[in-house]
Write a new protein. Structure first.
Ligand SMILES: C[S@@+](CC[C@H](N)C(=O)[O-])C[C@H]1O[C@@H](n2cnc3c(N)ncnc32)[C@H](O)[C@@H]1O
Length: 411
């Protein structure tokens, strides 16, 4: 397998325009799933740390580790308030003026793109640095949040990440937070890795290429690290012990379990499923979802499930809840009232309120002054419910595309 260096890959990605201020859509890097599912999971996990910091000070210093072209600035300044009905005009917890943002990335093209994207903001700056060499801004004042998103730190080998964390712990002044968003080892995108002893394994971002152009020779592979929660906790414990820092994991969750981008590529010897595209259709206000493609199928990976029973139980649990939602919507569409009652009353108690809500919504469609109720009201609500079920599944097992973890550095 021909492998490329990540920095070269990301240079090209920035140069061909994947990291501009692109708007959402059915496909692409900044598709609706990224905006309304993945970003929302990250935003909901960073909201209370931001609120906690804002109780002590008026603005927040953030360093974004592997910042790309500054996506973290947009994300952190668009975290919805926790009580939207009581907040008047305030939409977001942190305004763009309340943040001092420094993005660090190895790719010069990313840094240039970031500077271009935010040239009018003097509270946003970018530095080119290789995080494999440790924390690059030791002479700067401490930051409040050492942030990273969308697998940037999976580019570092475990020892390098540990060194980076140690240097962050030495640099930070409590209270401060570290946000990790690593690749999850037990994602159903790559079950062939579930039994691998190695942490460093090949990865690619071929999902950025349209499927018809995704020939074998056009795919650029590079090494990344795939993480389980316990591997990450061990690393944190070792780093805290070495630096004598006090830390505590605030939250650790699996992000994008069935909507990971590689579910549709089949490039890790798994079948292709276009769940993500279908969820994008739900989120879009003009398209209707195509329910026939939305039933989650895990039969093909039973043999992998035996290797990781806990992960398998979590995937089955989510699958049952997800499919129950899809079956309910199907029953509503076909006017199958017996099935609707059966699903609400006799299946999974945890989600019966969600099922009742969708049923109420559908049966009150005529009250909504929308052109296409199914596309613009029902679809987005179904997608949000499927996302919220994922968010309610409990502490991470490493079975999402992303393993998201917030750590507090305390006194
Ligand atoms: C998948 S992108 C994520 C970018 C951004 N955080 C986002 O939310 O879109 C991963 C980023 O990590 C950067 N990166 C990879 N290896 C790195 C290293 N050793 N030091 C610093 N940045 C690195 C890449 O250049 C790339 O911009």
């Amino acid at each position: 397998m021909y492998k490329i260096k990540p920095a070269e890959f990301y240079d090209i990605a920035a140069q061909v325009g994947f990291y501009g201020l692109e708007k959402g859509g059915l496909t692409g890097k900044k598709d609706y799933v990224r905006k309304y599912w993945e970003d929302i999971v990250i935003k909901s996990i960073v909201r209370s740390p931001i609120e906690k910091l804002l109780e002590r000070k008026g603005d927040i210093r953030v360093i974004d580790l592997g910042c790309g072209s500054g996506e973290g600035f947009e994300l952190l300044t668009h975290v919805p308030v926790s009580q939207p009905l009581n907040c008047g005009k305030q939409c977001f917890v942190l305004s763009p003026e309340q943040i001092s943002y420094t993005g660090v990335d190895i790719s010069d093209s990313m840094i240039q793109q970031g500077r271009k994207n935010y040239e009018t903001r003097n509270n946003v700056q970018f530095e080119q640095a290789d995080l494999n060499k440790g924390f690059p801004l030791k002479d700067e004042n401490p930051f409040d949040i050492y942030f990273s998103s969308y697998s940037s730190l999976s580019h570092l080998e475990p020892e390098k990440l540990q060194r980076l964390v140690e240097e962050v712990l030495n640099h930070a002044e409590p209270p401060a937070f570290i946000v990790f968003d690593l690749l999850g080892k037990y994602s159903p995108e790559w079950p062939k890795y579930w039994s691998e002893n190695r942490t460093v394994l090949p990865y690619n971002m071929a999902y950025l290429i349209p499927p018809e152009l995704r020939g074998k020779e056009s795919i650029q592979w590079f090494d990344t690290c795939y993480w389980t929660p316990s591997m990450l906790y061990d690393l944190l414990e070792a780093a805290a012990e070495k630096t004598e820092a006090c830390i505590q994991v605030v939250q650790c969750v699996d992000r994008s379990i069935f909507v990971g981008r590689h579910m549709e590529t089949g490039l890790f010897e798994a079948p292709c499923f276009n769940y993500r595209y279908q969820i994008n259709r739900f989120f879009d206000r003009d398209y209707r979802g195509e329910l026939e493609y939305l039933n989650i199928d895990l039969d093909w990976c039973v043999k992998f499930g035996k290797l990781q029973p806990q992960v398998w139980a979590r995937l089955q649990d989510y699958k049952e809840k997800w499919n129950c939602v899809i079956n309910l919507v199907e029953a509503l569409l076909h006017g199958n009232d017996d099935m609707v009652s059966y699903l609400i009353e006799t299946t999974i108690p945890d989600i019966s309120n969600e099922l009742k809500f969708l049923t109420w919504l559908y049966r009150n469609a005529y009250r909504f002054p929308a052109v296409d109720f199914w596309a613009s009201v029902m679809g987005p609500q179904i997608a949000v419910i499927l996302r919220n079920i994922e968010m309610s599944l409990g502490p991470a097992l490493g079975c999402g595309h992303g393993l998201l973890c917030v750590v507090e550095i305390t006194n």
